[in-house]
Design a protein around this ligand. Sequence first.
Ligand code: G3H
Ligand code: 13P
Ligand code: ZN
Length: 312
Amino acid sequence: MPLVTTKEMFKKAYEGGYAIGAFNVNNMEIVQAITEACKEEKAPVILQVSKGARAYANHTYLVKLVEAAVKECPEIPIALHLDHGPDFETCKACIDGGFTSVMIDGSSLPYEENVALTKKVVEYAHAHGVVVEGELGTLAGIEDEVKVADGSASYTRPEEVEDFVTRTGVDSLAIAIGTSHGAYKFKPGTKPQLRFDILEEVTKRLPGFPIVLHGSSSVPQEYVEMINTHGGKMPGAIGVPEDQLREAARSAVCKINIDSDLRLAMTGTIRKFFDEHPDKFDPREYLKPARANIKELVRHKLVDVLGCAGKA
Ligand code: G3H
Ligand code: 13P
Ligand code: ZN
């Protein structure tokens, strides 16, 4: 099947009590690892591309890699999404350039400016058959080149969501309930806890509307240890507990963004490989196990966290 939008995926996910995995892609091995796992587990998937990914790999290369995955996996629905679109021009370039979904991230703007920018993107996207994700509330951590300090992160205000969705016409809404980007989400020694009360309030005000969670990596300690054992230094890297993500996936949350976990799997595997084989220098030899470990990690997410295995 050709690339799809997220419309149908979200409808089924909402009704079925599961979430779709949105995984960031930057190169061929990552695209292959994700889509092979999804194909084997019969899971719909969102492949997402950030501004940084477009700068690194080039828009055309990424679109062509995703088109190759679509050809190799005709039996599963795949959406191509712009992650954290920073402005109208970037969203337009992706809408014109083959994406089926874009995010316009106006979350750091004053409310009225976020509404105006998001509405402008929605009008253009909808006229071209593309769906739009907006965001209310800000997450701590690093979003592309924008670093949001812990103190400036703010939870989504449920009293704003109806007005925002109605006035902008967005198809899904990313909210801030305590997740954050990167590998250091919670302070060591504190209990990681998402604000399910905010999610519940939002859901009451937007019944049936798809909610998105960013910053949802769980930072597998297996890979943090692998990195630290083989020359890396990532003390105190902590993610969102998987049982809390599973709980979110059962609710109105239809899209869960995972990037850092894949990076950790790739980096850990490659560090270990080099440590154990200091004489090797063929990139295929170290990218192969890295790709295999990302694939198994994605499989675990589909089956045990998102609940979307078998839903394609
Ligand atoms: O939320 C951001 C994603 O993890 C993408 O990261 O901007 O480094 O590509 P990036
Ligand atoms: P993580 O850093 O938790 O993987 O979040 C990824 C994300 O939200 C991409 O938009
Ligand atoms: Zn994000």
